[in-house]
Design a binder for this molecule. Structure first.
Ligand code: TMP
Ligand code: ASP
Length: 246
């Protein structure tokens, strides 16, 4: 294994909507570079927000380290720069795992659920990660039929997602925020195909509300033109990662 101090960013292998993945000189590690690009509605709306990549990378780092300290396995290894995250190579499970505590966003449009309704029990739902099919909602049987995940993996993912929800909700509350919902992605790591948390947890992938005013402090400001993304993400970063402002 190559020592972390010698890790080098090599050629890009995949560019998503907000991050680019690079090879490294260690075949077991990749670098995930958080960019300033913002997209919404399946890429239908696009923009750039200065420092967005930096804030999301630092928020993700802080949250992944907190989760690891609480027994959740993640792909996070270290930071190579402000926006370059060294991560373990994983085989991504083609699912978007959505956890909801308060009704907001798509669920209020698809079902008779008034926005702001607090769920008695958190909701976990699975979307099939496919731009071509626009991320349709799926269940265990469809996931199995598609070859996306086994029943054991689905059960494991749901259990880990609920544990992450408990940890995240408490963490956000301590910092003056509510966490209506968020999206997770998982991957299989190593020869045992151990399920680990991958991707990011940031203002792009969570709904974050001010506890008192219920003001949106996340990508909804961009989706619905409710404010400046950079200024909004900075409010969250100042609370969660105060050390980067010193
Ligand atoms: P939704 O209300 O649009 O279904 O979104 C639920 C949560 O998932 C919200 O916190 C935003 C996040 N999300 C993503 O991170 N990526 C996506 O592609 C979508 C649709 C939602
Ligand atoms: N679907 C993502 C969102 O709206 C981003 C995108 O589709 O471009 O959060």
């Amino acid at each position: 294994m190559i020592s972390l101090t010698e890790i080098k960013k090599l050629e890009p292998i995949y560019s998503g909507k907000a991050k680019t993945l690079y090879k490294t000189n260690d075949p077991t590690k990749l670098i995930s570079e958080f960019r300033d690009s913002l997209t919404a509605f399946n890429g239908g709306k696009k923009s750039e927000a200065p420092k967005k990549g930096y804030y999301n990378a630092q928020i993700t780092r802080k949250i992944f380290v907190m989760l690891e300290e609480n027994g959740i396995k993640t792909h996070y290894v270290s930071m190579l720069s402000d926006v370059d995250m060294v991560v373990d190579v994983v085989d991504i499970v083609k699912l978007e795992v959505i956890v909801r505590n308060i009704a907001a966003g798509s669920i209020t449009k698809k079902y008779p659920m008034p926005p702001g309704k607090v769920f008695e029990k958190p909701i976990v739902a699975f979307d099939y990660k496919s731009d071509e099919y626009q991320d349709p909602m799926i269940n265990e049987d469809i996931a199995y039929a598609l070859g996306v995940a086994t029943f054991e993996e689905m059960a494991d993912i749901k259990k880990i997602a609920l544990k992450i929800n408990e940890l995240l909700k408490a963490y956000f509350e301590q910092n003056g925020f509510l966490l209506p919902d968020f999206k997770l992605e998982f991957g299989r790591r190593g020869p045992n195909k151990e399920i680990v948390l991958a991707d990011e947890i940031s203002c792009d992938t969570c709904r974050i509300w001010d506890k008192e005013t219920k003001q949106s402090l996340d990508k909804d400001v961009f989706r619905y033109d409710k404010g400046d993304p950079t200024q909004t993400y900075e409010i969250v970063a100042r609370k969660l990662v105060p050390e980067i402002f010193k």
